[in-house]
Design a protein around this ligand. Sequence first.
Ligand code: 4AD
Ligand code: MG
Length: 459
Amino acid sequence: MKRIKAILSEKPGHDVVVKGWVRTKRGNKNVAFIALNDGSTINNIQVVCDLAKFDEELMKQITTGACLSVKGPLVESIGSGQAVEVQAAEIEVLGTADPDSYPLQKKGHSMEFLREIAHLRPRTNTFGAVLRIRHAMAFAIHKFFNDKGFVYLHTPLITGSDCEGAGEMFQVTTMDLNDIPRKEDGSIDFEKDFFGRQTALTVSGQLEGELGATALGEIYTFGPTFRAENSNTPRHLAEFWMVEPEMAFYEVDDLMDLEEEFIKYLVQYALDNCRDDLAFLNKMIDPELIDRLKSVISTEFVRLTYTEAIDILEKSGQKFEFPIYWGVDLQSEHERYLVEKHFGKPVILTDYPKDIKAFYMKQNDDGKTVRGTDVLFPKIGEIIGGSERESSLEKLERRIEELKMDTTNLWWYIDTRRFGTCPHSGFGLGFERLLLFVTGMSNIRDVIPFPRTPKSAEF
Ligand code: 4AD
Ligand code: MG
């Protein structure tokens, strides 16, 4: 089976078979022009039908959304817009699409409406482009790490530990919710549950990733992660994909170098390999898209401490919704001010107050800050969260105690600091946040095929 993408670049003069879905049909009494798309490329192939050769009933079935198989010679096209077209000799309608009920007619639909028909939206130009770019970025991620010798480690999705300590986990249980087993004191008896303990869907593969890094040296995990945070924003999903590399012997500067190199590689890969789709999105969605992608590659990211950032924000004279003072967690309005207004390029922020960051981050000597690094991007805000990890057993245990965390579930993690501990670092890139940047789409629900958000798990 040859796909339309390949056929469009062939020389004319031979018979071809094309199969795909009708985007449009137009024409006159004598001839019909059908634009056919099979998802292999944003570009349609034009099928020309001499109406004298085809049955009227058959032609009536050819409406937007119908699926066709067409055989005929590939010929040079005299119309503008394409080099070749198919002169239909045989047409088979594989599946009709009733024009009265098929929701994807020619006119442009709103993103909100398309979310309601997420089962069909991959057939639109925009979502076709986004999903092909999503694939290309996933492939490039594996290529980047494979070329560097990183090992792809599969970390578990069901876990008993809360990596980020935010308590935003989806519980996993087979207990009968109408008849929950209880202990004598009335508390839930998780020993009777499937795993004999309380479990949840993972918020991050990092903790197990660190086990891999302290054995294999350089690993990455890339898979779905889950957060039960009730955030209805254009940048949060309850189920999203995260790329998490973890590297032994990396200190925070090595970490930031890798973060910057990684994102630039992915953006360059998109520019090199997704030209047609990016050109389409640049035309239809965001006229500054390609310029923005190019500018990220050619610029050096700013590296700045949290304390310096607070200083800039305090002196900005800007009215923020959330007040600014040392110790506060930065909101996306603050991050975007720094990136879009103040510097005009990506920023890597470091040395955050320890109280707003997770327990595993390496503590600085000042006793107040930790070696966390957030990469902040135009239009997106935080795209990467990472850190050098605390490698001292004593400091890690003290921090866990301060935070009153339950160590029974973390004994295996703490063992890495007990046996052959080493400096190491890692980060997590939100895959859909990257895709927002690379596609120019403005809502995270539109860069994943079937989004999961609060009160929404259709399809
Ligand atoms: O900053 P986060 O919470 O960091 C971690 O989970 C670390 N354990 C990663 C590591 O060091 N291995 O999440 C990492 C990234 C964020 O920067 C953001 O891009 C993305 O994951 N992210 C989300 N993306 C979509 N929806 C959400 N609800 C997200 N929460 C985080
Ligand atoms: Mg973060």
